[in-house]
Design a protein. Structure first.
Length: 312
Protein backbone atom coordinates (compact mmCIF):
# COMPACT_ATOMS: atom_id res chain seq x y z
CA UNK A 1 0.00 0.00 0.00
CA UNK A 2 1.53 3.38 -1.00
CA UNK A 3 2.08 6.35 1.28
CA UNK A 4 -0.88 8.23 -0.15
CA UNK A 5 -3.28 5.45 0.81
CA UNK A 6 -1.76 5.10 4.28
CA UNK A 7 -2.09 8.86 4.85
CA UNK A 8 -5.69 8.79 3.71
CA UNK A 9 -6.44 5.86 6.00
CA UNK A 10 -4.92 7.52 9.03
CA UNK A 11 -6.92 10.67 8.37
CA UNK A 12 -10.08 8.60 8.26
CA UNK A 13 -9.55 6.60 11.43
CA UNK A 14 -8.54 9.56 13.60
CA UNK A 15 -12.22 10.52 13.94
CA UNK A 16 -13.20 11.17 17.56
CA UNK A 17 -16.41 9.21 17.93
CA UNK A 18 -18.07 6.27 19.70
CA UNK A 19 -18.35 3.14 17.60
CA UNK A 20 -21.39 0.92 18.10
CA UNK A 21 -21.72 -2.72 17.08
CA UNK A 22 -25.06 -4.15 16.06
CA UNK A 23 -25.97 -7.38 17.84
CA UNK A 24 -25.70 -9.67 14.81
CA UNK A 25 -25.74 -9.28 11.03
CA UNK A 26 -23.59 -6.19 10.34
CA UNK A 27 -20.53 -4.30 11.56
CA UNK A 28 -21.19 -1.10 13.50
CA UNK A 29 -20.85 2.44 12.19
CA UNK A 30 -17.31 3.75 12.42
CA UNK A 31 -15.72 0.39 11.54
CA UNK A 32 -12.56 0.43 9.39
CA UNK A 33 -11.77 -2.58 7.15
CA UNK A 34 -8.15 -3.21 6.10
CA UNK A 35 -7.85 -6.20 3.78
CA UNK A 36 -9.39 -9.09 5.69
CA UNK A 37 -9.22 -7.40 9.09
CA UNK A 38 -11.61 -4.91 10.69
CA UNK A 39 -11.36 -2.71 13.77
CA UNK A 40 -13.58 -0.33 15.70
CA UNK A 41 -12.24 3.24 15.77
CA UNK A 42 -11.51 3.33 19.49
CA UNK A 43 -9.31 0.23 19.11
CA UNK A 44 -7.66 1.53 15.89
CA UNK A 45 -6.88 4.92 17.48
CA UNK A 46 -5.37 3.45 20.66
CA UNK A 47 -1.56 4.01 20.53
CA UNK A 48 -1.12 0.62 22.21
CA UNK A 49 -2.49 -1.04 19.04
CA UNK A 50 -0.43 1.01 16.54
CA UNK A 51 1.89 -1.90 15.66
CA UNK A 52 -1.08 -4.19 14.91
CA UNK A 53 -2.81 -1.54 12.75
CA UNK A 54 0.40 -0.77 10.82
CA UNK A 55 0.91 -4.50 10.24
CA UNK A 56 -2.59 -4.81 8.79
CA UNK A 57 -1.87 -1.86 6.46
CA UNK A 58 1.41 -3.38 5.29
CA UNK A 59 -0.31 -6.72 4.60
CA UNK A 60 -2.19 -4.90 1.84
CA UNK A 61 -5.75 -5.07 0.61
CA UNK A 62 -8.52 -2.53 0.14
CA UNK A 63 -9.45 -0.10 2.90
CA UNK A 64 -13.08 0.76 3.62
CA UNK A 65 -14.65 2.92 6.33
CA UNK A 66 -18.27 2.59 7.46
CA UNK A 67 -19.57 6.13 8.06
CA UNK A 68 -22.00 7.04 10.80
CA UNK A 69 -24.91 6.78 8.39
CA UNK A 70 -24.09 3.11 7.98
CA UNK A 71 -22.68 3.55 4.44
CA UNK A 72 -19.41 1.98 3.28
CA UNK A 73 -16.80 4.37 1.79
CA UNK A 74 -13.79 3.41 -0.37
CA UNK A 75 -10.91 5.00 1.55
CA UNK A 76 -8.78 5.49 -1.57
CA UNK A 77 -11.16 7.61 -3.65
CA UNK A 78 -13.68 8.66 -1.01
CA UNK A 79 -16.60 7.28 -3.02
CA UNK A 80 -19.42 5.07 -1.80
CA UNK A 81 -18.63 1.34 -2.02
CA UNK A 82 -21.02 -1.46 -2.86
CA UNK A 83 -21.68 -3.66 0.17
CA UNK A 84 -20.90 -6.67 -2.01
CA UNK A 85 -17.28 -5.45 -2.22
CA UNK A 86 -16.75 -5.84 1.54
CA UNK A 87 -14.78 -9.09 2.09
CA UNK A 88 -15.14 -11.63 4.88
CA UNK A 89 -13.20 -10.22 7.85
CA UNK A 90 -12.23 -10.78 11.47
CA UNK A 91 -13.46 -7.73 13.41
CA UNK A 92 -11.66 -6.73 16.61
CA UNK A 93 -12.26 -4.32 19.46
CA UNK A 94 -10.82 -4.11 22.97
CA UNK A 95 -12.66 -7.20 24.24
CA UNK A 96 -13.85 -9.28 21.28
CA UNK A 97 -12.99 -10.90 17.98
CA UNK A 98 -16.00 -11.35 15.68
CA UNK A 99 -16.13 -13.18 12.35
CA UNK A 100 -18.15 -11.45 9.61
CA UNK A 101 -19.00 -13.06 6.29
CA UNK A 102 -18.54 -11.19 3.02
CA UNK A 103 -20.92 -8.29 2.30
CA UNK A 104 -20.99 -7.31 6.00
CA UNK A 105 -23.24 -10.21 7.04
CA UNK A 106 -23.62 -12.99 9.63
CA UNK A 107 -21.62 -11.95 12.68
CA UNK A 108 -20.43 -14.76 14.95
CA UNK A 109 -18.57 -14.10 18.23
CA UNK A 110 -15.49 -16.32 18.20
CA UNK A 111 -13.82 -15.40 21.44
CA UNK A 112 -13.49 -12.81 24.17
CA UNK A 113 -10.12 -11.52 25.31
CA UNK A 114 -9.02 -11.55 28.96
CA UNK A 115 -7.28 -8.38 30.13
CA UNK A 116 -3.78 -8.59 31.57
CA UNK A 117 -5.14 -7.38 34.92
CA UNK A 118 -7.68 -10.24 35.03
CA UNK A 119 -4.97 -12.80 34.24
CA UNK A 120 -2.62 -11.32 36.86
CA UNK A 121 -5.31 -11.37 39.59
CA UNK A 122 -6.26 -14.98 38.79
CA UNK A 123 -2.59 -16.06 38.72
CA UNK A 124 -1.85 -14.44 42.08
CA UNK A 125 -4.93 -16.11 43.61
CA UNK A 126 -3.71 -19.52 42.38
CA UNK A 127 -0.21 -18.89 43.76
CA UNK A 128 -1.67 -17.95 47.15
CA UNK A 129 -3.75 -21.16 47.20
CA UNK A 130 -0.70 -23.27 46.24
CA UNK A 131 1.25 -21.81 49.15
CA UNK A 132 -1.46 -21.90 51.85
CA UNK A 133 -3.31 -25.07 50.70
CA UNK A 134 -6.36 -23.70 52.51
CA UNK A 135 -9.82 -24.53 51.15
CA UNK A 136 -10.90 -20.88 51.38
CA UNK A 137 -7.94 -19.78 49.26
CA UNK A 138 -8.58 -22.58 46.75
CA UNK A 139 -12.25 -21.58 46.48
CA UNK A 140 -11.30 -17.91 46.01
CA UNK A 141 -8.79 -18.84 43.30
CA UNK A 142 -11.34 -21.03 41.49
CA UNK A 143 -13.78 -18.13 41.42
CA UNK A 144 -11.11 -15.84 39.90
CA UNK A 145 -10.02 -18.41 37.29
CA UNK A 146 -13.58 -19.40 36.35
CA UNK A 147 -14.31 -15.71 35.78
CA UNK A 148 -11.77 -15.72 32.94
CA UNK A 149 -13.19 -16.17 29.47
CA UNK A 150 -12.59 -19.50 27.72
CA UNK A 151 -9.09 -19.71 26.24
CA UNK A 152 -8.66 -18.65 22.64
CA UNK A 153 -6.06 -20.66 20.76
CA UNK A 154 -3.11 -20.83 21.18
CA UNK A 155 -3.55 -19.52 24.76
CA UNK A 156 -4.00 -22.09 27.54
CA UNK A 157 -3.91 -19.66 30.49
CA UNK A 158 -7.33 -20.52 31.94
CA UNK A 159 -6.87 -24.28 31.42
CA UNK A 160 -3.37 -24.22 32.95
CA UNK A 161 -4.56 -22.32 36.04
CA UNK A 162 -7.46 -24.74 36.56
CA UNK A 163 -5.03 -27.66 36.22
CA UNK A 164 -2.76 -26.17 38.91
CA UNK A 165 -5.73 -25.75 41.26
CA UNK A 166 -6.76 -29.38 40.76
CA UNK A 167 -3.30 -30.49 41.90
CA UNK A 168 -3.54 -28.72 45.26
CA UNK A 169 -4.01 -31.07 48.21
CA UNK A 170 -6.05 -29.08 50.70
CA UNK A 171 -4.85 -29.20 54.30
CA UNK A 172 -7.62 -30.21 56.70
CA UNK A 173 -7.88 -27.52 59.34
CA UNK A 174 -9.00 -28.51 62.83
CA UNK A 175 -9.23 -26.40 65.95
CA UNK A 176 -6.36 -27.49 68.20
CA UNK A 177 -6.14 -27.05 71.94
CA UNK A 178 -3.44 -24.43 72.27
CA UNK A 179 -1.09 -25.09 75.17
CA UNK A 180 1.97 -23.20 74.01
CA UNK A 181 2.42 -20.21 71.70
CA UNK A 182 3.16 -20.98 68.07
CA UNK A 183 6.55 -19.68 67.01
CA UNK A 184 6.81 -18.28 63.49
CA UNK A 185 10.02 -19.53 61.89
CA UNK A 186 9.02 -19.24 58.22
CA UNK A 187 10.40 -16.36 56.17
CA UNK A 188 8.08 -14.44 53.82
CA UNK A 189 7.89 -15.65 50.21
CA UNK A 190 7.88 -13.29 47.23
CA UNK A 191 5.01 -14.75 45.17
CA UNK A 192 4.82 -12.42 42.17
CA UNK A 193 6.22 -9.20 40.70
CA UNK A 194 4.67 -6.99 38.04
CA UNK A 195 5.52 -3.68 36.38
CA UNK A 196 2.75 -1.25 35.46
CA UNK A 197 3.55 -0.04 31.94
CA UNK A 198 0.10 1.06 30.84
CA UNK A 199 -1.01 -2.41 31.96
CA UNK A 200 0.57 -5.02 34.26
CA UNK A 201 3.68 -6.78 32.87
CA UNK A 202 4.26 -9.97 34.91
CA UNK A 203 7.84 -10.92 35.79
CA UNK A 204 9.08 -14.51 35.38
CA UNK A 205 10.03 -16.45 38.53
CA UNK A 206 12.93 -18.91 38.36
CA UNK A 207 13.54 -22.05 40.43
CA UNK A 208 15.44 -20.04 43.06
CA UNK A 209 12.55 -17.66 43.59
CA UNK A 210 14.23 -14.73 41.82
CA UNK A 211 12.41 -12.66 39.19
CA UNK A 212 13.23 -11.22 35.76
CA UNK A 213 11.17 -8.95 33.51
CA UNK A 214 11.95 -7.47 30.08
CA UNK A 215 11.04 -4.08 28.59
CA UNK A 216 11.58 -5.47 25.10
CA UNK A 217 7.91 -5.54 24.05
CA UNK A 218 7.05 -2.07 25.41
CA UNK A 219 7.03 1.07 23.23
CA UNK A 220 9.50 3.86 23.95
CA UNK A 221 6.64 6.23 24.79
CA UNK A 222 5.01 3.85 27.31
CA UNK A 223 5.23 5.08 30.91
CA UNK A 224 6.57 2.77 33.64
CA UNK A 225 4.69 4.05 36.70
CA UNK A 226 4.98 1.53 39.51
CA UNK A 227 6.16 -1.87 40.73
CA UNK A 228 3.75 -4.29 42.44
CA UNK A 229 4.78 -7.10 44.79
CA UNK A 230 2.70 -9.93 46.24
CA UNK A 231 4.09 -11.89 49.18
CA UNK A 232 2.98 -14.79 51.35
CA UNK A 233 2.33 -12.62 54.42
CA UNK A 234 2.36 -9.13 55.86
CA UNK A 235 5.93 -7.87 56.05
CA UNK A 236 8.31 -5.09 55.08
CA UNK A 237 10.29 -4.92 51.85
CA UNK A 238 13.74 -3.30 51.89
CA UNK A 239 14.79 -2.63 48.28
CA UNK A 240 18.28 -1.59 47.19
CA UNK A 241 18.35 -0.08 43.66
CA UNK A 242 21.04 2.09 42.05
CA UNK A 243 22.67 2.63 45.44
CA UNK A 244 19.40 3.78 47.06
CA UNK A 245 17.80 1.87 49.96
CA UNK A 246 14.08 2.25 50.61
CA UNK A 247 11.75 0.28 52.90
CA UNK A 248 8.07 -0.31 52.10
CA UNK A 249 5.19 -1.76 54.13
CA UNK A 250 3.36 -4.78 52.71
CA UNK A 251 -0.29 -5.01 53.80
CA UNK A 252 -2.18 -7.91 55.40
CA UNK A 253 -3.06 -9.32 51.96
CA UNK A 254 0.65 -9.45 51.07
CA UNK A 255 0.41 -6.61 48.51
CA UNK A 256 2.33 -3.37 47.99
CA UNK A 257 2.45 -0.87 45.11
CA UNK A 258 5.71 1.10 44.84
CA UNK A 259 5.93 4.26 42.69
CA UNK A 260 8.88 4.24 40.28
CA UNK A 261 10.08 7.57 41.68
CA UNK A 262 10.61 5.87 45.07
CA UNK A 263 12.86 3.29 43.40
CA UNK A 264 14.81 5.40 40.90
CA UNK A 265 14.91 8.72 42.73
CA UNK A 266 15.88 11.63 40.45
CA UNK A 267 15.98 9.33 37.41
CA UNK A 268 12.16 9.35 37.39
CA UNK A 269 9.45 11.96 37.91
CA UNK A 270 6.41 11.67 40.16
CA UNK A 271 4.48 10.29 37.18
CA UNK A 272 7.08 7.63 36.37
CA UNK A 273 9.60 7.23 33.55
CA UNK A 274 9.16 6.48 29.85
CA UNK A 275 10.43 3.11 28.62
CA UNK A 276 12.65 4.89 26.09
CA UNK A 277 14.36 6.98 28.78
CA UNK A 278 14.78 3.98 31.09
CA UNK A 279 16.31 1.91 28.26
CA UNK A 280 18.78 4.76 27.71
CA UNK A 281 19.87 4.54 31.35
CA UNK A 282 20.02 0.76 31.19
CA UNK A 283 22.34 1.02 28.17
CA UNK A 284 24.85 2.68 30.47
CA UNK A 285 24.38 0.00 33.14
CA UNK A 286 24.90 -3.18 31.14
CA UNK A 287 21.30 -3.21 29.82
CA UNK A 288 19.78 -4.17 33.19
CA UNK A 289 19.26 -3.11 36.77
CA UNK A 290 18.87 -5.35 39.82
CA UNK A 291 16.56 -4.67 42.75
CA UNK A 292 17.83 -6.54 45.82
CA UNK A 293 14.67 -7.16 47.85
CA UNK A 294 14.66 -8.31 51.48
CA UNK A 295 11.32 -9.32 53.02
CA UNK A 296 11.05 -9.35 56.82
CA UNK A 297 7.96 -10.41 58.81
CA UNK A 298 6.87 -9.39 62.30
CA UNK A 299 8.77 -12.32 63.85
CA UNK A 300 12.02 -11.16 62.25
CA UNK A 301 12.18 -13.94 59.64
CA UNK A 302 13.79 -12.61 56.45
CA UNK A 303 14.42 -13.71 52.88
CA UNK A 304 16.26 -11.89 50.07
CA UNK A 305 15.47 -12.20 46.37
CA UNK A 306 16.46 -10.27 43.25
CA UNK A 307 14.27 -8.55 40.68
CA UNK A 308 16.11 -7.93 37.40
CA UNK A 309 14.69 -5.46 34.86
CA UNK A 310 16.29 -5.85 31.42
CA UNK A 311 16.14 -3.57 28.36
CA UNK A 312 15.34 -6.44 25.99
Amino acid sequence: MNKKIMGSFLASVMIASTTTISAFGAMGSGTVVIGTKAFDLTYANDPANLKEINSAILDGGMVYVKDFNGKWINNINGLAAEISSIPAVIYKNATQKISFDAADLDAKVTNTINSAAQILAATQAVIKAEVSKLQTDVDTAKTAVNALFTDAKPSNIRADLLSRLNLIKVTNITTPIVTTPTIDVTAPILNSVSLTIGQPVLATKDASGNFKVSLGSAKATDMFTDLKLNTSEKSTAKIICLGRTKTFTINDAGDVTIPVSDLLGSYASATGISVGTLKGYLGLLGNSITLNTTLTDAAGNASTKTIVITAN
